[in-house]
Design a protein around this ligand. Structure first.
Ligand code: HEM
Length: 115
């Protein structure tokens, strides 16, 4: 699956776009505002690279711990996914490959969204 994403270099470009978009987002940027963008870029790269079988180890926290008490709602999750879709489209990832990757992230929703 990593080959559709241009290996680690391609994944890196998507993550950089994605993280920047979330910080700049008028709807969810507030949630990211005081977080460490450098660290976030690193661990999200590791996570995406791991999920895509591109040869990385994830060193970050589990999803429930990382997002606890953040107050993330389903609308925030939808917005974040839109930002990820835009980042993948900007890097010309084939639509089917985008959707396969999103399907792997989808189950994490229950650990991220507060209800
Ligand atoms: C499937 C969806 C998501 C995935 C895969 C994901 C992935 C991650 C990862 C890997 C981290 C780093 C964990 C660590 O700090 O060790 C993280 C942290 C974070 N995520 Fe998410 N995330 C998702 C959804 C969201 C949503 C919807 C929001 C808010 C709109 C959000 C906001 C944040 C913030 C602010 C941090 C930094 C927390 C901190 O450093 O204390 N995430 N996320």
């Amino acid at each position: 699956m990593a080959r559709h994403f241009g290996g680690q270099a391609g994944i890196r470009r998507i993550v950089d776009r994605f993280v920047a978009a979330n910080f700049a987002d008028p709807r969810i940027g507030e949630i990211f505002k005081n977080q460490d963008a450098v660290r976030l870029r690193r661990v999200i790269f590791e996570q995406f690279c791991f999920i895509l079988n591109a040869g990385c180890t994830y060193t970050g926290r589990d999803m429930r711990t990382a997002h606890t008490n953040m107050g993330v709602q389903q609308a925030d999750m939808n917005r974040l996914v839109e930002n990820l879709q835009r980042a993948m489209a900007a890097e010309h990832i084939p639509f089917a490959a985008q959707n396969r990757f999103l399907a792997k992230l989808a189950p994490m929703r229950r650990d991220v969204v507060q209800r």
